[in-house]
Write a protein that binds this ligand. Sequence first.
Ligand SMILES: NC(=O)c1ccc[n+]([C@@H]2O[C@H](COP(=O)([O-])OP(=O)(O)OC[C@H]3O[C@@H](n4cnc5c(N)ncnc54)[C@H](O)[C@@H]3O)[C@@H](O)[C@H]2O)c1
Ligand SMILES: [Fe+2]
Length: 382
Amino acid sequence: MVHRMIWNQTAYFGPGAVDVVPDELTRRGFTKALVVSDQVLVDAGVTARVTDLLDAAGFPYEVFSDVAPNPPIENVQAGVAAFAAAGADVLVAVGGGSPQDTCKAVGIITANPEFADVRSLEGVAATRNPSVPIVAIPTTAGTASETTINYVITDTENQRKFVCVDPHDIPVLAVVDPQMMASAPRALKVATGLDALTHAIEGYVTAGAWELSDLFHLKAVQVIASSLQASADGDADAADRMALAQYVAGMGYSNVGLGLVHAMAHPLGAFYGAPHGVANGILLAPVMAFNAPATGEKYRDVAAAFGVDTSAMPLDEARAAAVGAVARLTADLGNPTRLRDVGATEGDLRALAEAAAADVCAGGNPRPASVDEIEELYRSIL
Ligand SMILES: NC(=O)c1ccc[n+]([C@@H]2O[C@H](COP(=O)([O-])OP(=O)(O)OC[C@H]3O[C@@H](n4cnc5c(N)ncnc54)[C@H](O)[C@@H]3O)[C@@H](O)[C@H]2O)c1
Ligand SMILES: [Fe+2]
């Protein structure tokens, strides 16, 4: 069996890492950046943490901040126009998954204009050229978009969120600086941390998992299980660990895929604007329980990563312990536990299930799930 693994060429980690950005841009021969961020981050002064450095270094840039959470196609198209108008030669993403994903779509379309409609990028698109170079600076400890080959865009007209998978979009440089994430309010740290935990657990049991991806995912589960609560409560060391753990999860899942939690979370984003991490947090434990029969011994490892001694447990008990540990953490963190909490209604369940079954991530789920089974899963947590 041959496996392909794709990671950033270069990545920096740690408090203050963002200081390297001007030098890295200059050393690589770039002359002008389009900084892709969002208005909340601009208003909070987070984007300025980077643009102040560019100002001090005299490095030319313009800012594009027209990015909404669950970014729609229109944001991408406006970004493509802004990049062209700026005459820039590099993209600098400063934000959570939404600005980073928008940035990837902008970079891909600029280099492959035949995909300007955006929708045609869904799934594995046959782009010919690498994206305009991207420097990715995450401001949430969650998506790991800075080291994944994926981006997720929302088609508001058709009420769909679609995943694009394209090695051409991998950022040339990732700067994972926990100080860039420090201003995130508690609920955002919880939601994005649960997204990272979902990447780690889904990636660990996904159909394409193998020995190397297992190393990343299991380590990420361990660190997130012991750090997420403290990080959300403001502990700076725990926040440093979360910044790294979400990246480590990304090094795994980007290369091997995810599963039904993400497939079922995307329609909740498209239908109700549910924050991605909140949706994952609601779904993770119930989908883990559904998948349990198809996970071999792996939930024993997950439970152990949560500190449960599973060595003497029969397999069923160890699996239940893993699901229980995740459900407890989610409840302790105060994430919603019902779909109603994000606006779902009984009348939408069939359409949600059909959308989830058609999502790219569903293919990686360790246990095949029919539309009826997915609808029943949604109903059980309505
Ligand atoms: N590319 C991938 O591999 C990948 C993986 C998982 C999820 N995603 C996608 O990423 C998106 C979610 O990204 P996200 O969870 O990082 O959130 P986000 O980027 O949508 O941001 C959510 C809100 O938090 C604010 N925010 C972000 N950082 C902040 C900070 N440091 N301080 C204060 N406010 C801050 C933003 O301004 C925004 O209002 C979804 O569209 C999801 O589908 C992509
Ligand atoms: Fe995710």
